[in-house]
Design a protein around this ligand. Structure first.
Ligand SMILES: [Zn+2]
Length: 99
């Protein structure tokens, strides 16, 4: 089943994802500088995960599969996408995939 996101909606999601990606990358860079200065060991796995998810979502926009549940192939509810642009699952599959 094909998603019926409007072009304007896709554009809005793309810029939101690009903005999120940029800010996480910026935060990570700053934290890395801080870590290098202070010798602190910082765990960047959460940031890396967000960066990966942003890049994956942008790739899905490019390939036209953005907004489609990776589990059941149904459209992800628009309200859910707006709340979480990184969403990969529809609401009913999200409960199953992320306990
Ligand atoms: Zn689903």
């Amino acid at each position: 089943m094909a998603i019926c996101l409007k072009i304007s909606e896709v554009t809005a999601f793309r810029s939101e994802l690009e903005g999120l990606l940029e800010s996480v990358q910026e935060d990570t860079r700053e934290a890395q500088l801080e870590a290098a200065k202070t010798g602190k060991v910082i765990d960047f796995s959460a940031e890396r995960k967000v960066i990966e998810q942003c890049e994956a979502a942008l790739a899905r926009i490019d390939s036209g599969s953005y907004g489609i549940c990776e589990n059941c192939g149904e459209d992800i509810e628009l309200s859910h996408l707006k709340a979480d642009p990184l969403a990969r699952f529809c609401i009913s599959c999200k409960g199953l995939a992320e306990p």
